[in-house]
Design a protein around this ligand. Structure first.
Ligand code: ZN
Length: 255
């Protein structure tokens, strides 16, 4: 049984956390503090007043422009806010009011920040993924839905497969296919989701990445030589898996 008020609250919580995630996405790779100074327009540096800092709503009311200088605000801001709200909501509807929901919404916010930083700067935030590996492993002692062995295997298989691809890429194709950051990221996701789900996540990640690569090359947005970051796709794969992994697994076993 779900009540309307809970659904609204969890979505609004996601919007607020998403708004804070935007600050992290911009500031962490620049080594800036995430709490100080207050939000300001990146162009004219004018402070953004609280009424212009309401997630989603302010962007719509201001028609995507700074109130002061009319500079365009990146569509990434409302996108991250809406995406976080939506994912929080679907996690809640899937796992109910539980510890699993709490852990998964925190995990999903870390993954959203990592994915957008990778998209913008082509770097995986080790400052989030490395502690994430340890936290995921420690949590497996206390939560009922994943065992310690499963979490440890998730780290080894997740990181290991990407490491093998990285080594094969540099030996056979003489170029870097996967970064060390990708290994840390898959190991972190493996720590939270376990060995079966990390395999499904990676499979979906490669599939979505290849699909996006083909579309981008055919539409001439990117050339064959361009590097397409893997982070956003493994994150997408892991979201699909943590929400519908069991259904995907059963469907696959049905063949
Ligand atoms: Zn401005």
């Amino acid at each position: 049984m779900y009540y309307g008020i809970e659904i609204v609250l969890i979505f609004v919580l996601g919007l607020i956390v998403g708004s804070f995630s935007n600050v992290c996405i911009y500031r962490i790779p620049r080594n800036e503090s995430i709490v100080y100074p207050a939000s300001h327009c990146p162009k004219c540096r004018s402070n953004i007043s609280p009424k212009d800092n309401i997630p989603l709503l302010s962007y719509i009311l201001l028609k995507g422009r700074c109130r002061n200088c009319k500079n365009k605000i990146s569509i990434q801001y409302p996108t991250v806010e809406f995406l976080t709200g939506l994912i929080y909501l679907i996690i809640y509807l899937t796992y109910g009011l539980s510890v699993q929901t709490l852990i998964y919404i925190i995990l999903s916010s870390a993954l959203i920040i990592i994915a957008f930083v990778d998209l913008n700067e082509q770097v995986i935030l080790g400052v989030l993924s490395l502690p994430g590996i340890v936290i995921g492993l420690i949590l497996s002692f206390f939560v009922p839905y994943i065992s310690f062995i499963n979490s440890a295997l998730g780290i080894i298989i997740g990181g290991g497969i990407i490491l093998i691809i990285r080594l094969a890429g540099s030996l056979i194709f003489k170029k870097e296919s996967m970064g060390l950051g990708d290994i840390e990221l898959t190991a972190m996701i493996g720590a939270f989701l376990g060995w079966r789900y990390i395999i499904i996540s990676m499979f979906l990640g490669f599939f979505l990445g290849a699909l996006a690569g083909i579309i981008l090359i055919f539409s001439k947005i990117k050339s064959r030589e361009d590097v397409i970051p893997f982070g956003p796709f493994i994150v997408m794969g892991s979201f699909i898996t943590l929400l519908w992994g069991e259904k995907i697994f059963l469907w696959y076993m049905g063949f």
